[in-house]
Ligand binder design. Structure first.
Ligand code: FAD
Ligand code: NAD
Length: 474
């Protein structure tokens, strides 16, 4: 029998959160065991961010060719080889894979076990016949596609984010259940690559974002021919003649829609099954492992990061949390997670970014003092790029502090980086006004929105009188 492993740290799950934790801890010379049961890189690399952004990028090229006429360039309708597009997606994963590989982590000094991990008691984990007794554990086991209890779904073939990227023939009519970020990103990409696409959303589309901004994204999808049906709850699925037949409830009598392919994207379920959390004394619920602001579970040796920790489900959040838990684990320092500065971006065209509260959220919390807007149409670079549809909104708290910001438009994800710094560092409109933004860049819209705050000052009689008085002195 192999000897018991007794590392300082055992990380369970080799996705975004787990790999960041393991690599950073190993860099400090700490003994680390990493356990991964599936593909290294987890959801983000294999079934999530990376393949979805690669597919979106292919769709963007199609759109650019179709729009080339606006620049005086004449090209025909692009010919799309769907299987070759999937080769491109596979190629992007392959290019990133070495960073997340077993070989790389072993070269960093991490002991990697490729097996299913399960707690056997509060201090011990078993995986692939090995026993691990670590001083601390970081659980980063992620989430899986939620399969809703829709009648007939289990008996009908359907896709999730774990299978859709393997599909090599172009869907004739893709019906997407769920109008969250997965559904909307996948809908636009498939439409651009030549499929008919219908999205069925039981509530409202992209409901976590500002409706004033999402309206611009949804308008674009409709213009491109995506059928968007909100308040259309899917209640049943059967096998139709050419694929799944979907029944929706829209308030009136039920309606049916025929698809060639069905993609289910209705949220995520935490990967708690088989993890032995009860044996470990780790409390959990339907959202995942229950953690405090220090990301520690009810078992003081066990921390949780990423999707399993029950908070916002993004790779950058998993990475941020990985950075946080290392402080108590390595340096015995206290730590407190912040959520008010976490950004997210939906990679549609136009992109949609948000950091901190939306206007409605700030209002509901009683924190809203002002909202500043600046349209893309008033930005010279947006004009040169002919991408003038878009808007930035700065949500202000007391004394001109930027507590939230949303942006929709070309490269909104990149602009969200700057806004994330502004909100995270608790900056004010004065900071945005005073920094020098290179011309002509799209990011200038942040600065221009900030100047709106000062417009009323130019109208104040006192200020005008003072300027007039000073002018007399030459
Ligand atoms: C289609 C899609 C697109 C997305 N796009 C974006 C995006 O653009 N930007 C963004 O920020 N986020 C995006 N996300 C979300 C992002 O992928 C997740 O938030 C992120 O992967 C979470 O990281 P994690 O470490 O918590 O989990 P994961 O990356 O999923 O890693 C968990 C790992 O744990 C392993 N595991 C599970 N149970 C066990 C066990 N018992 N023993 C051993 N190993 C186990 C799994 O095999 C997996 O590899 C997207 C998600 C999807 C589905
Ligand atoms: N760009 C990004 O950062 C990005 C991209 C994709 C996914 N993600 C992450 O993955 C998570 C999961 O995304 P998601 O889109 O699957 O989930 P989601 O929870 O954001 O959206 C699911 C949608 O499905 C709808 N729905 C549920 N049951 C339904 C039914 N029976 N009929 C019709 N509609 C129904 C819900 O009303 C909801 O709007 C996101 O929350 C996000 O954290 C991030």
């Amino acid at each position: 029998m192999a000897p018991i492993l007794k590392p300082d740290l055992c990380v369970i799950g080799g996705g975004s959160g787990g790999l960041t934790t393991a690599a950073a801890a190993a860099a400090f010379g700490v003994k680390v065991v990493l356990i991964e049961r599936g593909k290294m890189g987890g959801d983000c690399l294999n079934y999530g961010c990376v393949p979805s952004k690669a597919l979106i990028s292919a769709g963007k090229h199609v759109a650019a060719i179709r729009e080339a006429g606006r620049f005086g360039i004449r090209v025909g309708e692009p010919e799309i080889d769907f299987a070759a597009v999937k080769d491109h997606v596979r190629g992007v994963i392959a290019a990133i894979e070495p960073n997340d590989s077993v070989e790389r982590f072993e070269s960093l000094g991490v002991t990697v076990i490729q097996a299913d991990a399960s707690f056997v008691d509060e201090k011990t984990v078993s995986a692939g016949g090995r026993i691990v007794e670590a001083r601390r554990y970081v659980v980063a086991v992620g989430s899986s596609p939620l399969v809703p209890p829709i009648e007939g779904l289990a008996e009908t073939p359907y896709f999730t984010n774990e299978t859709i990227f393997e599909l090599r023939e172009r869907p004739d009519h893709l019906v997407v259940v769920g109008g969250g970020p997965i559904g909307i990103e996948m809908a636009q990409a498939h439409r651009r690559l030549g499929s008919r696409v219908t999205v069925l959303e039981g509530g409202s589309f992209l409901s976590r974002d500002d409706p004033e901004l999402t309206a611009i994204v949804l308008g674009r999808l409709r213009e491109e021919g995506v059928q968007l049906r909100d308040k259309a709850k899917v209640v049943g699925v059967t096998r139709g003649e050419n694929g799944p037949r979907i029944t929706i409830e829209t308030g009136g009598s039920p309606e049916t829609i025929d698809a060639s392919h069905l993609l289910v994207a209705v949220g995520r379920a935490p990967n708690v099954a088989g993890l032995g959390l009860d044996a470990a004394g780790v409390d959990y619920d339907a959202k995942g492992i229950k953690v405090g602001p220090d990301l520690r579970s009810s078992n003081r040796r066990v921390y949780a990061v990423g999707d399993i920790a029950g908070g916002p489900q993004f790779t950058h959040v998993a990475n941020y949390q990985a950075g946080l838990v290392l402080r108590p684990i390595l340096f015995r320092l206290p730590v407190r997670e912040r959520r008010d500065h976490l950004p997210h971006v939906t990679f549609t065209d136009p992109e949609l970014g948000q950091v901190g509260p939306t206007e409605a959220e700030a209002k509901a919390a009683g924190d809203l003092h002002d909202v500043l807007r600046w349209p893309y149409g008033e930005n010279d670079r947006a004009q040169a790029e002919r991408h003038t549809s878009g808007l930035i909104k700065l949500v202000l708290g007391r004394k001109g502090r930027v507590i939230g910001a949303g942006v929709v438009g070309m490269a909104a994800g990149e602009i969200t980086n700057m806004l994330s710094l502004v909100v995270g560092k608790k900056m004010s409109v004065a900071d945005l006004r005073d920094f020098v933004s290179p011309y002509p860049t799209l990011s200038e819209i942040g600065k221009r929105a900030a100047t709106v705050y000062y417009r009323p000052y130019t109208e104040k009689p006192f200020v005008r009188r003072l300027v007039g008085l000073l002018a007399r002195f030459g």
